[in-house]
Design a binder for this molecule. Structure first.
Ligand code: AHR
Length: 514
């Protein structure tokens, strides 16, 4: 029996409800909380791509669509609710063709450009540095600027940093004042290039390492602003890139990035976002969970050069990548978002938390209207995606103490030979002492009984929220915006130091224990 057939038959059995799971046992080590889950794990990414910026975040002050100083009111409030810690901008691939000086000053004088990476759309630069940094201030999040190394000069990047962060009487600070902003912004995160092995310049790691050293030398710390410099990192399984960067750049970088997409491949169809089989669903979760191994291997390389863990791993692009929605503009990467995407988000966070001694930031691609987005917009309408709801349910883990856990549950074979545990979980304790446990039952057919041993924890009350839907292919549309949304969860009870949970099929739950 070949693997594909085996996977198919097990999936079919699960679909028919023949493979009820054995009871699941989880042990939460409440006595072993040693580190914090950085809130930046819940970071976002906004690129000049499709309708992410224009129409998604920004409509301009003259628009009929309700806005606050040009930012869509509905989107702004929804994002504010997510407690976004950090927002990466302006790309992605766009960043290495972006010339920041085109995006400052009077809007009518800003030059236009062709967005070569993303459908050849004309970019009018009406959303630039001021519009981005002001948005970050309004959202209360850290900006993460992705600098142009591929087609920009050292001088250009150095001046951008000066423009944004210099308080004094420097030429760029004066220019900023002329453009209406007196006080410098605080900019912590600076990416020195993006995907420099590909759209960011098709470089070899040895060459990029030298460029990183050169560009970063001239990105100065002005007036108390301390830059956290992030080198352009590997894609997926390119361990050699990480090795070379660690060897040749080392302590000159504060962070090294990594990109990992849950995607069926880079050529041909990536599959529909909403029309998929159970077999496709389980394959997706297997591919998503493979990031566990990918992180482990990149981390091991970093550990061998930097045992003190001074250099952070920054997963600044992750998420699902499906075929574009039929009828949308090619190259705009506009995709729907189903309960399957929500499951990818919850499983990913459960894994990210495990690596937070090295992994200090993750930025899902992307915030609005592009790839696995939080929000979809169409003219004046807005819809929150199932992924949005997972981010909101999981925000309790931001800056909380990570509590390790063990899971004993069934696994299944999926296409491509991966093994998929049927239950995923993570736990943390917040500053007020509340414990939060997130649980996902990936099984499409079977509810599961979970016994959670709460080692070293004393709790008496449990409450929770659940995200599920009748079908895993369900999504939120402009016609049915609340088809997939969280509801109160009543299936958990505490019995001394044991928590018993009945977790419905294909559901995601976050519990609060007091
Ligand atoms: O997120 C879409 C694109 O994916 C980004 O621009 C690029 O960095 C990556 O290849």
């Amino acid at each position: 029996m070949n693997l594909r057939y085996l996977a198919g038959s097990l999936t079919m059995a699960a679909c028919l409800g023949l493979n009820a799971q054995r009871p699941v046992v989880i042990t939460v080590h409440g006595d072993r909380g040693e580190r914090t889950i950085p809130k930046e794990i819940y970071g976002q990414f906004a690129e000049h791509l499709g309708t992410c910026i224009y129409g998604g975040l920004w409509v301009g002050e003259e628009s009929d669509i309700p806005n606050i100083q040009g930012y869509r009111t509905d989107v702004f409030h929804a994002l504010k609710d997510l407690h976004i810690p950090v927002l990466r901008w302006p790309g992605g691939c766009f960043a290495d063709e972006y010339h920041w000086m085109d995006g400052i000053g009077p809007k009518e004088k800003r030059p236009k450009m062709v967005n070569n990476n993303w459908g050849g759309t004309i970019e009018d630069n009406s959303f630039g540095t001021h519009e981005f940094l002001n948005l970050c201030e309004m959202l209360g999040c850290e900006p993460y600027i992705s600098g142009n190394v591929g087609s920009g000069t050292v001088e250009e990047l150095a001046k951008w940093v000066e423009y944004m962060t210099s308080e004094g009487d420097s030429p760029m600070a004066r220019l900023r004042r002329q453009n209406g902003r007196d006080k410098a912004w605080k900019v912590k995160y600076l990416g020195v290039g993006n995907e420099s092995w590909g759209c960011g310049g098709s470089m070899r790691p040895e060459y990029y390492s030298d460029l990183y050293r050169r560009y970063s030398t001239y990105c100065r710390n002005y007036d108390g602003n301390r830059l956290f410099k992030i080198a352009s990192g590997a894609s997926d399984y390119d361990y050699n890139w990480t090795r070379v960067l660690m060897e040749q750049v080392g302590g000159r970088m504060d962070g090294l990035s990594l990109h990992y997409y849950t995607v069926a491949g880079w050529s041909g169809s990536k599959g529909s976002a909403t029309q998929f089989t159970p077999d496709d669903y389980y394959w997706t979760l297997g591919k998503c969970r493979e990031i566990d191994d990918v992180l482990r291997r990149h981390v091991a390389i970093m550990d061998s050069y930097d045992p003190q863990k001074r250099i952070a791993l920054i997963l600044d692009e992750w998420g699902t990548w499906w075929d574009e929605e039929p009828g949308t503009v090619p190259g705009h990467l506009h995709q729907q978002n189903s309960l399957r995407d929500a499951m990818v988000a919850s499983l990913s966070f459960d894994i990210f938390h495990k690596y937070t001694d090295r992994l200090k930031m993750a930025n899902i691609a992307q915030i609005v209207n592009v790839l696995q987005s939080m929000i979809l917009t169409k003219e004046d309408k807005m819809v929150l995606t199932p992924t949005y709801h997972v981010f909101k349910m999981y925000r309790v883990h931001q800056d909380a103490t990570y509590l390790p856990l063990d899971i004993d549950c069934d696994t299944m074979d999926v296409r491509d030979g991966r093994r998929l545990p049927l239950v995923s979980a993570t736990a943390s304790r917040d500053k007020e002492g509340c414990v939060h446990i997130s649980l996902s039952n990936v099984d499409l057919e079977n509810d599961t009984e979970i016994t959670v041993n709460l080692r070293g924890l004393s709790v008496r009350k449990v409450s929770g929220e659940m995200l599920t839907s009748a079908n895993v292919t369900d999504f939120n549309s402009f016609e049915q915006p609340d088809r997939v949304r969280p509801v109160p969860f009543k299936g958990a009870e505490i019995d001394k130091d044991v928590l018993r949970v009945k977790l419905p099929a294909k559901s995601i739950v976050t519990l609060e224990l007091k």
